[in-house]
Every structure is written in structure tokens, then in C-alpha cells.
Design a protein around this ligand. Structure first.
Ligand code: ATP
Ligand code: MG
Length: 399
């Protein structure tokens, strides 16, 4: 065993000392067996949430109705979830109610895929009633039990299957795939936020081309905002290698391929329920990308875009042009770093200064003058110093 499991062993130990069972479960066990980096461990226990809270002095109720308590232990936090089965499923969504149980196997049975339905005890012994280790060896994604039933219970599992194709480069097992093809329409009922979480993980995976192909071929895309009947646009998207792109950059590349107007792009992102901040960021990338495809950066655009957008635009430019010269990005970022001002706030004169110097009331002229000043500073015409700016402006106004 390695970190972060080792630090969490005393947590399992304390639960066991109190007479309960406790195991590592889910993605962390899968990733451990795959020798992948593990961010955090999930713990499952036979103790009820109240019993967990009685054992550990510092806890936070983060999802107590689903049986999850956050335990703070040795400056780390652990999600501990009571073994449970899921009651009736309604509308192909999450279960209406959960029932706490004392049996590990039944908890593992409710999980989505065999590779995710394993547990590991504090000695490192793997408990694997559904042949998850075999699935990992064979690199297959297989539903626990009957795929059709499992996808009907919670249709999001179909998207999870595809995002694991992207993240792990596994294949979807035959029966699971057959069920997926048959039941994609059930995704209609799934909340966008849940779909987005899986979709973004898919976009970030190494094997996203194959995963996206499945999305297109199984018609999952008909149940994703803005991707219905976009066959040729999706083909174009798939033609790019998209290596080393961040999630925002992948959204931007997808939008570039969809060829939407700015307004339509905004509503596409809103339909996916991205945050206002992220939408603004992606729209900014897209705007400068369009410009960049027409001509080289102006100093003023570098200044307005800022280093994060510059880098994203350049990465996308190289991707779209199928070029590999990453040194150009460094060159542009150096140019940006050497700009005398990086932000409008850096200008040594303010709107108030301008009104005083010209003895005029505020109005659109103030903003226009400030832009003029920014450009003059950036082009080296005037130094970013209050006195210099004042003299330059007064001289300009006399001409
Ligand atoms: P990641 O590494 O992306 O976190 P994960 O497998 O840990 O992947 P989570 O969403 O964190 O995925 O879920 C933790 C575990 O809970 C899964 O491994 C699986 O056992 C179970 N699980 C999650 N979502 C579902 C679902 N929709 N249906 C059934 N089981 C699920
Ligand atoms: Mg997880």
C-alpha cells in the first residue's frame, strides 16, 4: 500500500476498534490496482452516520441523507459512507431513498462497474466479489449485474462508461455496450450538471477521441446540449489531436468546430450550466482565437487578453494549424511580461485625474482618453508616469 492509503489506515482501524467494518472502496482501489496517482480515498463502513460521528470528534455532515460524513483526522479529511443499497429508482435518476445496510457485498453490488465495485481492507487485501480485478486486467468496463437494468436505474452510468473509456483507455464490454446503445434515450432525464461533470472528465482524458466517437456513434450526443445533429462538426473536432489542452481550451476547440456566433456560443455554454466566469473566459478565448487566425497579435490585444488567454489562444492556434512550435508561446508570453502595463489598473492616471486636468465633467470622453493613454504607453509613445501622461495629453489636445 502507498499514500494516501497509509495515512488513512488509522481511520479504518478506529472504526474496526469500535466494532464496525471499514474498507477503502471505489475509484481509489481501482486506480491503486492500475498504478495510477490517487488523489483521495473513499471509505465505506458498516457504521451508520451517527455511529461514525460518535467515534470521531471532528466531523462535518456533507451528505448525511446518502450516508456520507466527512471526518477530519490528522489534518486530512475523509469521506466515510455507510454501506447502503439504493431504494426505488425513479425516472431513471438517482434513487429516491437509500437504505443503510451492514453488508459490504451488497454495497459493492449497487456500484456502477465491476472495476469500481472492489474494496480493500487496511491490510491491503482486495475484496472483489464481482471480478473487478479481471476487468482491470482485460481493460474492460462492465456493469455490475445486468447492464440494461443498471442503466435504467441511473442513466448517467452510460456517460460514466464513456468517460472511463477516455480516462483509462478501456473498452466497454459487449453486453454493456449493447445496453448502452439501446438506452441512450434515458439520458433525457439526467440533470445537466451531472452530465457536464462526466463530459468534462471525458474531455480531459487521454483517449478522448475514442470516447467522443462512441458519444457520436451511439447517439448519446443527441441528449447533450448543442450536440444533436452535428456530425460533420464533431468529425472536425475529432480531427484535432487536442493534446495538452485544458478543459476550457477543449470547450473552446469544440465551439470553434461548431462555428457558432458569439451569442449562440454563449447560450451553448449556458445550456451546459457553466459558471458565468467560465463562460466569459471561454468567449474571450474564442474572440482572440478568431482574430489570431486572421492576423498576428497586436500589442494592445496582448494587453487586453492577458497571459492566461494568450497562452490558451496560442495552444489552440497551434492545434488548429496542426503546428508544433511551442516556442512561439514562450515568445509571446515574454512580450507580454515586458509590457509596461499589464492591466488598465496599472495606468498611472485615473479618470478623476483627467477630469481635473481638463476641468471637464465625466462622460464617454474619459474612457476614450484612457484607452488612448493605454495605447500610447504600450506603443512606447509616453512613459507610464502621471506627469508624463498629463503633459502628453495636454499637448495632444492642443494639436
Ligand atoms: P474518479 O476517479 O473520477 O473520482 P470514481 O470511480 O471515484 O472516479 P466517483 O464519481 O468519485 O467516481 O464515485 C465513487 C464511486 O462511487 C465509484 O467508483 C462507484 O463505485 C460509485 N459510483 C459513483 N457514481 C455511481 C453511479 N452513478 N452509479 C453507481 N455507482 C456509482
Ligand atoms: Mg472518486
Amino acid at each position: 500500500m502507498n499514500e494516501p492509503f497509509i495515512s488513512a489506515v488509522p481511520v479504518l482501524q478506529q472504526l474496526e476498534d469500535a466494532g464496525y467494518e471499514a474498507y477503502f472502496v471505489g475509484g481509489s482501489v481501482r486506480d491503486y490496482l492500475l498504478n495510477k496517482q490517487i488523489s483521495d480515498v473513499d471509505i465505506a463502513t458498516s457504521a451508520t452516520p451517527e455511529e461514525v460521528k460518535a467515534i470521531f470528534p471532528k466531523t462535518v455532515d456533507i451528505g448525511i441523507e446518502h450516508g456520507t460524513v466527512l471526518v477530519l483526522f490528522n489534518l486530512k479529511s475523509y469521506e466515510i459512507t455507510t454501506f447502503r443499497t439504493e431504494g426505488d429508482y425513479q425516472d431513471f435518476r438517482r434513487p429516491k431513498e437509500v437504505a443503510f445496510i451492514r453488508n459490504l457485498t451488497d454495497d459493492l453490488r449497487r456500484r456502477d462497474f465491476t472495476m469500481n465495485a472492489m474494496a480493500m481492507d487496511r491490510m491491503g487485501q482486495v475484496i472483489d466479489p464481482f471480478k473487478g480485478q479481471q476487468a482491470i486486467e482485460q481493460k474492460i468496463i462492465q456493469s455490475v449485474g445486468h447492464a440494461k437494468e443498471r442503466f435504467s436505474e441511473d442513466a448517467l452510468r452510460m456517460m460514466r462508461a464513456v468517460r472511463f473509456v477516455s480516462q483509462l483507455s478501456f473498452h466497454i464490454e459487449e453486453e454493456t455496450m449493447r445496453a448502452l446503445k439501446e438506452l441512450t434515450y434515458l439520458l433525457e432525464n439526467i440533470a445537466i450538471e451531472r452530465k457536464r461533470a462526466e463530459f468534462e472528465k471525458l474531455l480531459a482524458g487521454d483517449n478522448w477521441h475514442e470516447a467522443f466517437r462512441i458519444i457520436a456513434e451511439t447517439n448519446i450526443c443527441a441528449y447533450l446540449p448543442g450536440l444533436k445533429n452535428k456530425k460533420s462538426e464533431i468529425e472536425k473536432f475529432l480531427s484535432y489531436d487536442g493534446k495538452n489542452l485544458t478543459t476550457s481550451e477543449m470547450w473552446s476547440l469544440l465551439l470553434f468546430c461548431l462555428k457558432l456566433s458569439e451569442k449562440a456560443a454563449e447560450s451553448f455554454l449556458r445550456d451546459w450550466r457553466l459558471s458565468v466566469k467560465e463562460i466569459k473566459h471561454i468567449l474571450s478565448i474564442l474572440m482572440y482565437l478568431e482574430r489570431r487566425l486572421e492576423k498576428d497579435w497586436s500589442v494592445y490585444d496582448l494587453f487586453k487578453a492577458g497571459s492566461i488567454v494568450i497562452e490558451s489562444v496560442e495552444k489552440l492556434y497551434l492545434t488548429i494549424k496542426r503546428l508544433n512550435d511551442w516556442t512561439e508561446i514562450e515568445r509571446l508570453l515574454t512580450t507580454y511580461q515586458e509590457l509596461p502595463i499589464k492591466d488598465s489598473k496599472d495606468v498611472a492616471a485615473t479618470g478623476t485625474d483627467l477630469m481635473k486636468w481638463f476641468n471637464r465633467n465625466g462622460g464617454p470622453w474619459v474612457k476614450e482618453s484612457l484607452v488612448q493613454i493605454e495605447q500610447a504607453i504600450l506603443n512606447g509613445i509616453v512613459k507610464n508616469d502621471k506627469q508624463n501622461i498629463k503633459e502628453w495629453l495636454l499637448a495632444c489636445s492642443q494639436n
